[in-house]
Ligand binder design. Structure first.
Ligand code: ATP
Length: 586
């Protein structure tokens, strides 16, 4: 399969502002792809070479290094290329334009997808002395054989700036149409994706075996399961009502979610975003090896920073200092971590994701030998509001954020990848007048004036509408930024700038600058109000009106642990609006 086919489709996707058109182009691409390489086409379209959790080297070389490769291929100095980027704002476009005018030689071959993928894989894996030179040479050879449009996308891919902004759900829609003939089957594909977290593999399976083959997929150790998430409500009575009195309250710890995969003496740790974070937590690996009695297991819990001498729980920000590549041992001593386990997804050949909560919890207790820093999360089975309230106060006094109250009904399965009503969170901040912070994806910016001249005055932020795979605006955030935030913001957003609104963004407001949905920020506001200028839940509560956050402020927390699809959903904003109404009419 020629790489030019991919490049032509990317160009069309880049130009469209309509999501349905984006899907049509993807279907066209998938239908022209041979099954052997369909996984590679999927990864390339996502701007990567492998699923993130594999922890394999990814592409993502610096612009300067890529410019050196282009310089070698077209015999123009790196300085001149960097100068040209200042005009186009994009090394991809600069390379394309320059290649039309200058070439060291004519292409000797037509680039295939396999050739491009394999070369990028070799470039990403090259390491050690002299590896920079080898990377540049390999890339230069690829550029020499590329057509100008192909070069645009190769360069953007290697510098991690593909910016197509295609979401997983959009790819699943396209796969369902291309290989089962109907978008209706997305749900079936999604379930497999949720338990294997590998879109390339989902594509290969459905392309080979069709819809029946995809249904056979199983949870396996070593492939992270997309995590089950909780809904939110603000009173314990509402929660008990929602769970029909069949519930277990657990401490809600304030740390980082860990999914631990144990196979003999090997343990891998996956984050909320399914990155492989094993190397950052050697202490947790050791604890898991010595405390999990099963040969093979997948368990989940929260890793929390603790005070080394007293064992007291510390807030999330402390733990984030453990997220590093260097000085890992030193930080493990300075900021030790305790793990509080709360779920068990798989044990020695048995997939527990389809079993109810009580069975999973019992299994967890059976296979874990608790240690001071490797514990099972305290829980209380109760349907009595005052008893649960007391448990909530106890959790808060121990440094927790509140409770997660979980259904114990017969159908309380582990719903991979879903924000389900089987788990409901109840946090301390719900009790104050202010709404709880939300996590919003930034899709655009408005330029600043006066003191803010030269940087962004406000960011346009969105909630995620999963069923349509679209980001809908809820507010413009202009306050809460420190001088440092303002200084770093341009650089931070620069690589996500696009020439027009992304096809997955729904906005009534016209931003000065548009971004690919990529960065998630935590925002707090005073309340949720109706608004004719925001597209979140438009026409849902009232005709010609959406929902917006009033007086939004940045909390200072960039949610790098979340992907755009993990941001607060449109449905959650609707729920928050409704529960606010209930409170004020009481
Ligand atoms: P979310 O993960 O729901 O998108 P978030 O990262 O902002 O949102 P919260 O909304 O505060 O986190 O709560 C959910 C998170 O709470 C879980 O992802 C998990 O990391 C953490 N957590 C702490 N204790 C528990 C528990 N007992 N059961 C499940 N999750 C827990």
């Amino acid at each position: 399969m020629k790489y030019s086919l991919i490049a032509d489709v990317y160009k069309k996707i880049e130009a469209t502002t309509k999501r349905l058109e984006m899907i049509d182009y993807l279907v066209e691409l998938l239908e022209h792809t041979s099954i052997e390489i369909i996984d590679k086409v999927i990864y390339l379209t996502q701007g990567k070479l492998h699923p993130n959790w594999m922890g394999l080297p990814e592409i993502g070389i610096a612009e300067k290094m890529a410019a050196k490769a282009v310089s070698l291929a077209i015999q123009i100095s790196t300085e001149d290329i960097m100068e040209n980027i200042k005009k186009t704002g994009d090394l991809g476009i600069s390379t394309e334009n320059l290649l039309k005018m200058n070439r060291l030689r004519e292409p000797t071959t037509q680039l295939t997808v396999t050739k491009v993928y394999d070369t990028l894989d070799e470039v990403s894996k090259a390491s050690g002395p002299g590896s920079s030179k080898r990377k540049i040479e390999k890339l230069a050879t690829l550029i020499m054989d590329a057509l100008p449009l192909e070069a645009r996308y190769i360069i953007r891919t290697v510098t991690s700036q593909l910016r197509l902004g295609i979401g997983d759900m959009t790819l699943l829609d396209a796969l369902a149409i291309a290989f089962t003939g109907s978008k209706e089957n997305r749900g079936v594909l999604e379930r497999t994706y949720n338990i294997t977290s590998d879109l390339g593999n989902v594509a290969k399976t459905v392309a080979w075996k069709g819809i029946d083959g995809i249904k056979e997929a199983k949870v396996v150790v070593g492939k992270p399961v997309r995590m089950m998430l909780a809904q939110r409500l603000s009173t314990v009575e509402e929660i008990i009502g929602k769970l029909a009195g069949k519930c277990s309250a657990e401490y809600k710890l304030d740390g980082e979610r860990f999914q631990l995969h144990k196979q003999d003496k090997r343990v891998n740790i996956y984050s909320r975003r399914l990155e492989n974070i094993t190397s950052m937590y050697p202490d947790v690996v050791q604890l898991a090896v010595s405390s999990i009695k099963a040969k093979e297991a997948i368990v989940e819990g929260e890793g929390v920073a603790i005070q080394a001498d007293t064992g007291e729980l510390k807030p999330f920000q402390e733990l984030m200092q453990r997220r590093r590549k260097y000085r890992i041992k030193e930080m493990a001593e300075k900021i030790p971590v305790a793990v509080f386990l709360f779920d068990c997804l798989y044990v020695d050949g048995e997939d527990l994701t389809t079993k109810p909560y009580t069975i999973r919890r019992k299994k967890l207790e059976e296979i874990v030998e608790e240690k001071t820093r490797f514990l099972i999360t305290p829980s209380k089975i109760s349907r009595n509001p005052s008893e649960i309230r007391k448990f909530f106060d106890e959790a808060i006094s121990k440094g927790c954020e509140g409770l997660i109250i979980k259904s114990t009904s017969l159908n309380s399965i582990y719903r991979a990848g879903a924000r389900s009503w089987l788990w409901v969170k109840w946090k301390r901040s719900y009790q104050s007048k202010m709404i709880e912070p939300v996590d919003l994806t930034v899709v655009g910016a408005f330029m600043g004036r006066g003191k803010r001249a030269g940087t962004y005055g406000a960011l346009l932020t969105t909630a995620y509408d999963k069923s349509n795979d679209v980001f809908r605006t809820v507010c413009k955030v202009g306050s809460g930024f420190t001088d440092n935030n303002l200084k770093n913001m341009l650089k931070m957003f620069n690589k996500h700038i696009t020439t027009h609104k992304n096809a997955r963004v729904d906005s009534i407001l016209k931003a000065d600058i548009w971004f690919k949905p990529a960065i998630v920020m935590e925002v707090i506001g005073d309340e949720i109000t109706l608004s004719p200028v925001h597209s979140c839940a438009f026409n849902n509560i009232r005709k010609e009106s959406g929902l917006a956050i009033r007086f939004p402020r940045f909390t200072g927390r960039w949610r790098t642990d979340k992907s755009p699809e993990d941001s607060t959903s449109v449905n959650e904003i609707i729920e928050m609006y409704r529960s606010q109404l209930k409170k004020t009419t009481k």
